[in-house]
Design a protein around this ligand. Structure first.
Ligand code: SAH
Length: 395
């Protein structure tokens, strides 16, 4: 196809030769007239060689690269990318009767910048973070159905809150396919949960904590667990299966508390070890008794949504962890996380370590955690790494 053209300034193709998938506005010398946002464009070096094909967008990133080979971006292209993504999840052993939820497409990590697809059993939840992906959504969903060969019954499209300039797009969340009969119950490592992709946060469930929840399960036996920022209660039901003495789940959202209670009931209908509370984290932590818990999970929402918020965010992480260090019982284990992409692993560690030092307690690192393998990070796009966690032993 003869897509419209973008020509780079001299020497600005170097990061592209290293497969970095973004082209910034400062690298562009010239572009064809009348480009519309989301359009597919061919990109050439200043000496006229083809270098990439991608989605054009308005902003500091002007092109998100779909391919470094000169090719048509058609149904065949989407099929190839999606089937490679599915092949990887199969190789990871994530698609099983006792595990029906996983991330199929993790944006740049699956060479599909701006696209997220999570699978919950027979339902795919698709999210665009660029206008280009939004405009390609029909082709993508057709390719998805074909790659899954009849195993997919619903495709829910959920981009109302993730698209830039959404006012002009007349966007509404809804089913691109199916939607007549949906089963909201999925399974993660044998544990059931409801994923409410229509009304819930993100795509309905945080599949990125799967491995970290499994690790917590191993430490839960006989412990008193506080799952702070519980949302749908993932860490709580793993702790219960792991033999925790008691589990308290806390979230400021009453809806989250209800979701957690429902998920606990779904797995353990007669459970009496669990209670969930709708409260602000800082208030709860301040007011709780010292030594009440010897296993605490802190998994807050992203404190820094952009680079400008880094300083405040780091103070937030420090303050939050400081209370946990003050209150956790001796011999306690703290699982602490940051999902802010803008916060580096080092900066997060420093915030947590200075909170620990301030508490005067002896603290050791047991594990350093990250996102699971179905959220791969292209080495050429390190920005794709966002989840950071530490498991600390507190004496
Ligand atoms: N740990 C969860 C995901 C947490 S998402 C899981 O494994 O699925 C972050 C959660 O923090 C959201 O549910 C949000 O409602 C909650 N939250 C945000 N601010 C809060 C606050 N100040 N106090 C308590 N919870 C808060």
């Amino acid at each position: 196809m003869s897509y419209k053209k973008i020509i780079l300034k001299p020497k600005k193709e170097e990061s592209l030769r290293r497969f970095h998938p973004w082209i910034f506005s400062g690298a562009i010398q010239r572009k064809d007239d009348d480009l519309y946002e989301g359009e597919i464009v061919n990109v050439f070096t200043s000496s006229g060689d083809f270098i990439a094909v991608g989605h054009y967008q308005i902003g500091s990133i002007e092109v998100r690269v779909l391919s470094f080979d000169e090719r048509d971006i058609n149904r065949e292209f989407w099929k190839q990318r999606l089937s490679a993504a599915l092949g990887l999840r199969q190789a990871l052993g994530l698609i099983r009767n006792d595990n029906t939820a996983y991330r199929l497409v993790h944006g740049e990590g699956d060479f599909l910048p701006g696209l997220i697809i999570d699978i919950y059993g027979e339902t795919a939840v698709m999210q665009s973070h660029s206008v280009g992906m939004h405009l390609s959504r029909k082709e993508i969903s057709e390719a998805l159905l074909s790659v899954f060969a009849g195993k997919l019954k619903n495709i829910y499209y959920k981009s109302e809150t993730t698209l830039p300039n959404k006012e002009s797009l007349d966007m509404e969340n809804g089913y691109l396919f199916g939607g007549e009969s949906v089963d909201y119950v999925s399974v993660e490592n044998g544990l059931k949960f409801y994923a409410d992709w229509e009304k819930g946060q993100k795509t309905g469930f945080f599949v990125d904590q799967r491995d970290n929840r499994s690790l917590l399960e191993k430490y839960s036996s006989g412990r008193s667990v506080l799952n702070m920022f519980c949302y749908t209660g993932g860490f709580s039901f793993y702790a219960l299966r792991g033999g925790a003495k008691l589990v308290h789940s806390v979230d400021s959202s009453a809806k989250a508390v209800m979701l957690t209670d429902n998920n606990v009931k779904l797995n353990f209908p007669t459970e009496t070890r669990h209670q969930a509370f709708a409260e602000d984290a800082f208030k709860y932590l301040r007011e709780m008794e010292k030594d009440a818990y010897d296993l605490i999970v802190l998994d807050p929402p992203a404190f820094a949504k952009h680079r400008g918020a880094i300083k405040n965010a780091l103070q937030g992480y420090k303050r939050l962890n400081a209370v946990a260090f003050d209150k956790i019982a001796s011999g306690g284990i703290l699982f602490t996380f940051s999902c802010s992409q803008a916060i580096s692993r080092e900066a997060f560690r420093l915030a947590v370590f200075s909170a620990a030092a301030q508490s005067g307690r002896k603290v050791r690192i047991l594990h350093q955690l990250t996102q699971p393998a179905d959220h791969p990070v292209s080495i050429y796009h390190p920005e794709g790494e966002y989840l950071k966690g530490l498991v600390l032993y507190v004496e």
